[in-house]
Design a protein around this ligand. Structure first.
Ligand code: MN
Length: 297
């Protein structure tokens, strides 16, 4: 795991999943996912660039599918769209910590990309310890248990043998294969086949293993805040599309508010969460949802 940039640290690994301990000075964390950045979508790229250049967060967590496709870190050897994105990340990493998790499209992001972007690749899932509690972070695709065809494909393409073989192919061939897969996926989408959502029982099981009450994830493009059984919670990030009406360029912001009150030995943390709407050139805070008490929100 790469750990570069100010305040970055390698997560300490405790069974079963790595736990990232947020430094005490972190006050604000931003979460995004499913930007599907590609050269043919400049508006979304511009919105993302603006966000990376202006966010005041102590850390940005990108929970998968930053890129529409990633066929290997060797694309960075050529000055182009991907190298430009890495440069934006590297510049931002001078003032904040950046964590990137693999999605189902950019699962081949590797250590050369992490180094170029000054960022840390986060295993999926990872546990974040922040504001006195555990937050489980995942892209979300591994929890879509109903999507059995995809899960088979996922197991294949995540195997070291498949990846080694794929990465040994010429870049042009890999790009062609990715394009073919993309076309198949589009055809599948047009066929109206329903997409599986996260399996709630397995999600709750994961939360139990992580000793966390909240999962933050992307992948499904169905932004929501789901209350599950036993006070467990599932927060779904939005995908990004700056050309949509209204534009989808949403950031989930987690804040550890100052001014904690103390009652006996119990610290009641007030943690705020807000959806930050960005458009190119402007940034407007939507109303934050805050509740007092033991609830983290
Ligand atoms: Mn995805």
């Amino acid at each position: 795991m790469t750990a570069t940039g100010p305040g970055n640290m390698a997560p300490t690994v405790v069974p079963p999943w790595p736990v990232l301990h947020a430094p005490a000075h972190w006050q604000q964390l931003d979460f995004i996912s499913d930007l599907h950045l590609q050269a043919s979508e400049p508006a979304t790229f511009n919105a993302w660039q603006h966000f990376m250049q202006t966010t005041q967060a102590d850390a940005v967590f990108i929970l998968g599918d930053l890129f529409e496709v990633w066929v290997g870190d060797d694309v960075l050897a050529t000055a182009g769209f991907e190298a430009g994105c890495a440069q934006i990340l590297e510049t931002a990493s001078q003032r904040l910590s950046i964590f990137v998790m693999h999605g189902n499209r950019d699962f081949l992001l590797g250590s050369a990309f992490a180094q170029a972007g000054g960022l840390t690749l986060l295993p999926d899932p990872s546990v974040l310890e922040f504001a006195g509690q555990h937050w489980l972070l995942s892209h979300g695709d591994a929890l879509c248990l109903g999507d059995t065809d995809y899960l088979q494909f996922r197991a294949l393409v995540r195997s070291p043998a498949w990846q080694e073989n794929f990465l040994s192919l010429p870049l042009a061939q890999r790009q062609q294969m990715a394009q073919d897969m993309r076309r198949q996926s589009e055809a599948h989408k047009r066929s109206g086949a329903p997409y599986a959502d996260l399996d709630e029982a397995m999600t709750c099981h994961w939360l139990g293993l992580a000793q966390a009450s909240t999962l933050i994830h992307g992948h499904t493009h169905k932004p929501a805040d789901h209350q599950m059984t036993a006070g467990l919670r599932r927060i779904v990030l939005s995908d990004w599309d700056a050309t949509a009406t209204p534009a989808r360029t949403e950031v989930l912001r987690l804040s550890a508010l100052l001014g904690q009150t103390q009652e006996g030995s119990v610290h009641r943390l007030k943690v705020g969460i807000a959806a930050l709407k960005t458009t190119v050139g402007t940034m407007v805070l939507s109303a934050a949802t805050k509740k007092k008490g033991l609830s983290p929100f």
